[in-house]
Design a protein around this ligand. Structure first.
Ligand SMILES: Nc1ncnc2c1ncn2[C@@H]1O[C@H](COP(=O)(O)OP(=O)(O)O)[C@@H](O)[C@H]1O
Ligand SMILES: [Mg+2]
Length: 274
């Protein structure tokens, strides 16, 4: 995904236009919750040094009939006035859930239609980066060619990625890192953990150590790991379904996903309720 984004940096410049390129339309990021979709959306704007606008589709739907469509149109106008910019639509499935539903007055459909037409026809550099945790609720028209440039699937991090995530979050907070062998142990014991879950166990370990006013040790983090039942265990089926969907329609964010399914015999501790 980073390579894809890097390749498109400056593709909206005058030089690129003279070369014959057209500005990228945008990407739809889907995948396992907590693996960095929202993070990437925010990071794109600093990668490309473009302003970031956030569109909350849910909030477009006002109480009064007709206001939602004009709100969508003014959001689009504002984005185009600021262009080149990044337009971030987080959890787009929540906003467009009502589309096509029986009983809806048609407002959701019209707002959605306005958005689709704009995506299809826009020429201004407003790079739309939409994220979705749950693609089952998304209208299929959104995924049709000509709307987004790519649908990208963000899977659980593999061992090497977990190492980088653990290191990053330790570095962010500690002056003295754990040694490589210790980081290695954490990486081995966290197969199936998302980035957000890795961050969480590191934080828990830090709390543990701070409560006793001492430096954090590997054991603090491992204890938090043991007390955590990752989403990949509690929601195995949902994640498998998502993965299957993505295999046919999306490109993987990393080319070397090596996630192995958790041991089916694994049972969360009884006291743990998620
Ligand atoms: N790949 C990653 N690298 C570093 N941190 C991550 C990664 N994935 C998740 N995180 C951490 O977890 C937090 C939540 O991730 P987020 O981007 O909100 O996930 P998503 O939108 O996919 O549900 C991030 O702010 C970050 O601190
Ligand atoms: Mg998110």
């Amino acid at each position: 995904m980073k390579a894809w984004l890097n390749k498109r940096n400056d593709s909206w410049s005058e030089e690129a236009v003279r070369y014959g390129l057209s500005a990228p339309k945008g990407v739809l990021l889907t995948g396992v919750p907590g693996c960095g979709k929202s993070l990437v959306a925010k990071a794109v704007s600093s990668l490309w040094t473009l302003p970031l606008l956030r569109l909350d589709v849910g909030k477009l739907f006002g109480m009064w009939i007709g206001t939602s469509e004009s709100k969508m149109r003014s959001a689009i106008q504002m984005a185009e006035a600021i262009a080149p910019c990044v337009l971030w639509i987080d959890e787009i499935e929540k906003g467009f859930r009502g589309v096509g539903a029986i009983g809806d007055s048609g407002t959701a459909n019209r707002v959605f239609g306005t958005f689709l037409t704009w995506m299809q026809e826009k020429t201004k550099m407003v790079f739309v980066i939409a994220t979705a945790n749950d693609i089952s609720g998304l209208p299929p028209e959104l995924m049709r060619k000509g709307r987004f440039d790519e649908i990208i699937f963000v899977d659980l991090p593999n061992a090497e990625e977990r190492r980088q995530i653990v290191r990053l979050h330790l570095q962010k907070r500690l002056k003295k890192l754990l040694d490589e062998a210790e980081i290695d142990t954490i990486v081995r014991k966290t197969d199936g953990f998302s980035g957000a879950e890795l961050e969480q166990v590191i934080l828990s370990g830090l709390f543990e150590a701070f409560a006793e006013r001492r430096d954090v040790v590997m054991q603090d983090i491992l204890q938090a790991v043991q007390a955590t039942v990752p989403l990949s265990v509690t929601q195995t089926e949902k994640i498998d379904a998502l993965r299957k969907w993505a295999q046919e329609r999306a490109i993987p964010a990393t080319s070397n996903s090596t996630y192995t399914r958790p041991d089916p015999g694994f049972r969360p501790p009884g006291w743990f309720n998620r």
